[in-house]
Write a protein that binds this ligand. Structure first.
Ligand code: HEC
Ligand code: HEC
Length: 317
């Protein structure tokens, strides 16, 4: 596993042990009392990728998914990888796997008010999660990612919601999610890897632990910027290799903490924070436009621009 090699050079012996555990637990843990769901689909193994032109495309798609900053640099504006959030390179059930996504499009999305093709859905990830530029439809980057996702979905019927799509639902917390409690959960369970400043950690020019906020993380338009999505992802998958160990309350609290930090502007910014909130963030899961520690989140004075260009490798921390 690529991450483990990197982690080894990075120091963290305990993190390495945890990452090893992650590799063995192919299935996400289920919250106590959750209802039984059918076993999720198993995508074909990597060695089942065929030889020839189509197989080459699938392999390229997987490389882009694992290292978009190297293989799709023109479209990436931060230090994240697709596989940072879609774990096991888009294979892991409960971590928005690509096989479940592939068979779920075309689909209507309220986010943009029309039916989206799978390629258009991919474009959204570059615009928001990667804080980058949108590859045009038919661009080799999108064709490769589509080929990889198509390959992973081999044998999965279309038209039904497969078990393991998206993130496992999380019950509403007993207490309203709280920033201060979230800060404590963060310090105790997350800071060792992601840094007390949330900016992540790099070694030898490679990001080992991805940034959760700051100028090199996802922007305000991203799915992970929704407290609900983040709470579900975190509960299922974090701390890495120990998914399911935080309580739902802790997951909501720490998600609130992370999604109350400074990050790049929403690319749909109208020029006015209140108006942008009203248009795109008018729900309890977004902190955009709210005041935290005396600053208005999204205020251009404290907010890095959207679509920032990647730092060169030499500039990495
Ligand atoms: C910061 C975390 C993050 C990164 C990085 C990220 N994504 Fe996502 N992605 C999400 C979240 C969260 C969702 C669910 C969003 C929602 O439901 O609004 C999602 C949804 C998706 C979906 C739709 C899934 C479905 O079941 O409908 C696809 C496809 C996808 N991402 C592909 C990618 C690709 C390709 C990349 C890299 C270019 C990428 N993502 C990078 C967090 C991320
Ligand atoms: C042992 C180290 C480790 C710990 C502890 C840890 N993480 Fe992570 N986290 C990672 C790694 C590594 C990834 C990327 C996974 C991959 O690429 O396979 C990640 C990915 C993420 C992501 C998605 C990527 C991004 O940058 O937004 C979020 C959100 C996240 N972690 C939140 C948390 C939270 C919250 C905690 C504490 C409850 C936590 N993590 C604890 C190592 C860790």
């Amino acid at each position: 596993m690529r991450f483990m090699q990197v982690a080894a050079t990075a120091c963290a012996v305990s993190a390495l042990a945890v990452a090893g555990l992650a590799a063995e637990t192919a299935w996400f843990p289920r919250a106590a009392g959750a209802t039984e769901t059918p076993a999720p689909f198993t995508p074909p193994a990597e060695d089942a990728i065929p030889a020839g032109k189509f197989g080459d495309e699938v392999r390229l798609g997987e490389q882009i998914f694992r290292e978009p900053g190297e293989h799709a640099a023109a479209y990436v504006g931060n230090d994240l990888r697709c596989s940072n959030c879609h774990l096991d390179a888009g294979r892991l059930a409960g971590s928005a796997p690509m096989w479940a996504a592939y068979i779920s499009y075309p689909a209507y999305r309220s986010k943009n008010g029309h039916v989206n093709s799978f390629q258009e859905r991919l474009q959204g990830c570059f615009r928001y999660s990667m804080n980058g530029k949108v590859p045009p439809l038919g661009d080799p980057v999108l064709v490769a990612l589509e080929s990889y996702s198509f390959f992973l979905a081999k044998g999965l019927p279309t038209g039904e919601k497969p078990a393991g799509r998206g993130f496992p639902a999380l019950p509403k917390p007993a207490l309203a999610p709280d920033y201060a409690r979230g800060a404590q959960v963060y310090a105790e369970n997350c800071a060792a890897c992601h840094g007390a400043d949330g900016l992540g950690q790099s070694a030898d020019g490679k990001v080992v632990f991805p940034p959760l906020w700051g100028p090199r993380s996802f922007n305000w338009g991203a799915g992970m910027g929704s407290i609900k999505n983040a709470a579900e992802f975190i509960h299922a998958n974090m701390p890495l290799g120990m998914g399911g160990t935080l309580t739902p309350q802790q997951s909501w609290d720490v998600a609130t903490y992370i999604d109350s930090q400074v990050r790049p502007q929403d690319p749909r910014f109208t020029g006015d924070v209140a108006e942008t909130r009203a248009k795109f963030h008018d729900n309890p899961n977004s902190m955009y436009g709210r005041t935290v520690d005396g600053a208005v989140l999204g205020d251009p004075k404290v907010t890095p621009p959207a679509g920032t260009v990647p730092a060169s490798k030499a500039e990495h921390k």
